[in-house]
Design a protein around this ligand. Structure first.
Ligand code: UD1
Length: 422
């Protein structure tokens, strides 16, 4: 219903505080359904995806109360009243993360096949294979996944691909299984480590998160947790870093974990961006001209697919030829057509985008096709000549809290207006 209007050309300058990590918050919120007592989560971003996840856990009986701007107090359910409804599940791919907690705590889970950003097929075979390995019976019926079990049993499970969601779902399910579970070839993203730390706060016994192998010794029940701060959002931080580089700005990011940013920090440095590290802050500035680079998206600690579109926007004005290879999602080049409308010269051949740096972009009307594509168009608008109007901003609001306010704080000329207003 809203559109973003950006008048490009102002270099970003100043300090910005990064919020809590969307993907960690979504997984941890779903895990609260397994808790045995009250949980207080801090550094929770007030973004649309989080609001939907909160409704999802409320739909199965949890009581949730916001405390201040970024903390939520959750009283977990003792029994499940209902299963998550279709109208909520279809809004959020991460609704599939309710399966592991519901199944292991209550012995059953029914989840409509989830929706989310349209960036690829996104099957759930690895989740199902893993649940079956833990002893659950899985069936698919009219677009709904049903899983049930008496009690999950620990097992050795190898993931054919280090899927973030499957790793999280199986790690959560294993917490209340009988005996030990060994998960091999798992994802190593910082959000997995954060979820494991949270589960351990509740009394789970998870070891090895952040490596290829996670071992979980099942416990009979979990407790509560009176204070758990979620890690900062590395993708929000990365988006601001790219925006600073794109506008030849000079910004300082606060409330971050620099190590989590290393995969794309390295690439920005290679492109010629100056990055100066502090204790838990980073300064990003551009003093000279930037150069073309090649990027391949990979599971962590490789370059994150969630930063690929924003980097594409930046590289579209960097002289020379840059290549981006997308290895995670097959449908993540939808932003290309929108960037081309702004003057970018990009050719897609299968999973590779070939970017010929152009003189500069110009503002026009574009639409966000997914969350990170929307962020890329914001970056493009900030450096374009003239005015850019971005519609479908709902995608952007799924993952960025008050992005326009934060950018205005850094000197950008950006406003969010109701569609129809000018
Ligand atoms: C999570 C993130 C998303 C990020 C992605 C990759 C959340 C809420 N979302 O999504 O922002 O872009 O990790 O870093 O944390 N796959 C299968 N079978 C499965 C599961 C996945 O083939 O059962 C494939 C997917 O189609 C995709 C790849 O594995 O090609 C990676 O997906 P996965 O890591 O599971 O991503 P998500 O957890 O959905």
């Amino acid at each position: 219903m809203h559109k973003l209007i950006i008048k490009g050309g102002s270099p970003l300058k100043g300090k910005i505080k990064i919020g809590g990590a969307k993907n960690a918050a979504l997984a941890i919120l779903s895990a609260t359904v397994m808790a045995g007592d009250v949980v207080l989560l801090e550094n929770i971003p007030d973004i649309n995806d989080v609001k939907v996840m909160i409704k999802l856990i409320e739909s199965v009986g949890a009581e949730v109360e916001w405390q201040g701007e970024d903390a939520v107090r959750i009283t977990p359910p003792d029994a499940i009243a209902e299963m998550p409804p279709y109208h909520l599940s279809k809004q959020l791919r991460a609704s599939n993360l309710m399966m592991g907690p519901l199944l292991t705590r209550f012995g059953k889970a029914e989840i409509p096949l989830p929706g989310g950003c349209n960036i690829g097929v996104r099957p759930m075979d690895l989740h199902f294979k893993g649940f079956a390995g833990l002893g659950a019976e899985i069936s698919l019926d009219k677009g709904c996944v049903r899983a049930h079990c008496r009690k999950l049993r620990g097992a050795r499970i190898y993931l054919d691909f280090p899927s973030v969601g499957a790793t999280e779902n199986l790690m959560m399910a294993a917490c209340l299984a009988q005996g030990q579970t060994v998960l091999e070839n798992v994802a190593k993203e910082p959000e997995i480590v954060d979820l494991a730390s949270f589960l351990n706060c509740l009394g789970a016994k998870v070891r090895g998160a952040g490596t290829d192998v996670i071992k979980v010794a099942g416990v009979r029940s979990l407790g509560g947790c009176l204070r758990y701060p979620v890690i900062p959002d590395r993708i929000e931080a990365g988006t601001f870093m790219v925006a600073a580089a794109a506008t030849k700005g000079d910004i300082q990011l606060e409330n971050i974990i620099p190590l989590h940013l290393e995969p794309f920090r390295a690439k920005l440095r290679e492109a010629g961006v100056d990055i100066i590290e502090g204790e838990d802050c980073l300064r990003v500035k551009v003093s000279g001209s930037l150069k073309a680079i090649d990027i391949k998206t990979l599971p962590y600690p490789g370059f994150p697919t969630d930063m690929q579109s924003q980097m594409m926007a930046l590289l579209s004005t960097v002289s020379g030829t840059s290549l981006i290879t997308e290895n995670i999602f097959e449908n993540r080049f939808q932003v290309v057509d929108e960037l081309k409308r702004m003057g970018a010269k990009i050719k897609v051949e299968g999973r590779i985008a070939i970017i010929e740096g152009s003189e500069g972009l110009y503002g026009t009307q574009v639409k966000a096709t997914d969350l990170r594509a929307g962020a890329a168009l914001v970056v493009a608008g900030l450096m374009a000549r003239g005015t850019t109007e971005i519609t479908n901003t709902n995608y952007i609001l799924r993952g960025y809290h008050e992005i326009e306010k934060k950018l205005r704080q850094l000197g950008a000329d950006i406003t969010m207006v109701k569609n129809g207003a000018s």
